[in-house]
Design a protein around this ligand. Sequence first.
Ligand SMILES: [Zn+2]
Ligand SMILES: [Zn+2]
Length: 291
Amino acid sequence: MTVAEVREYISRVAERASEPPVDAIVQSCVELKRRAVADLDQAAAKEIWQLESVLEIQSHYLSAFESMKAGNFYQAWCGLEQAEIQLSFLDRHRSSLEHEFRIDFIREHVPKWQSLFPYRLFISPEILELEKRCSICHALVLPRTGCGHRLFEIYDGEMCGFVVTRAEFLAIALVEKPVQKYSVPFIKGPEGEDKDHYNYGVVEYLISALNAPFDPWSVDRQKRRQPHSRFMNVSEADPCPCESGESYLRCCLTQSGVLRPHLEFIVPLQSGLPSERYLTSLVPKTASELT
Ligand SMILES: [Zn+2]
Ligand SMILES: [Zn+2]
């Protein structure tokens, strides 16, 4: 397989089935890179690294979409996170790939999907890094003397990273903006297993309205007052269903309704042309309505 053939494959991402023979392409990239390095062609090796990155970003995004379709939301969340991380690496080496291969679509939609997930707090371990090594030459990374390799630079078609080889665990904290988004706290089941207690209603709603991973969509978030009749089971002294922290009586009860999120999605018509869209709106259920 040639570089041109790899590019051709990657550009057809929208038509790719969910179980593509990606492995063959990955293998071809490894082989092409090996040849470029043997020919001392660093530019060619770097180009293949970029194609590999694109392939990885596409694969993470496609599998995240599949996971959401299958109702495996935490798995999808991790896939989106992987796509985001690899995108940040690719973005350090901007090239003509910028507007090709649906990368700009993925860059735009990953944070949009993430914003629909219910996770607000994450576990963040505080770690004291005692020893780091260069991923290219495995030399110790020291404050003053370096091995000469620059972090995130591409050498022989591999990105330079610093690998923590010795660390001391200090503490664990709950944070809103974690370094890694995987670390979602779950409650424990009777056997000590993780139990997913989150409400994915918004993600579920949108994914059911989409046919394909590259269907364009947008969301508009508003707050609107919902009729009090929806909250008949909430007493005056209970916390207000708008989640302000005030009691119902001191908050929305004196208003025309309860202030609740109201999301308006614009999605493609399932049976129509890709350019035909329709508007659909969702009022997420409150915690008391779900139980
Ligand atoms: Zn090095
Ligand atoms: Zn209220």
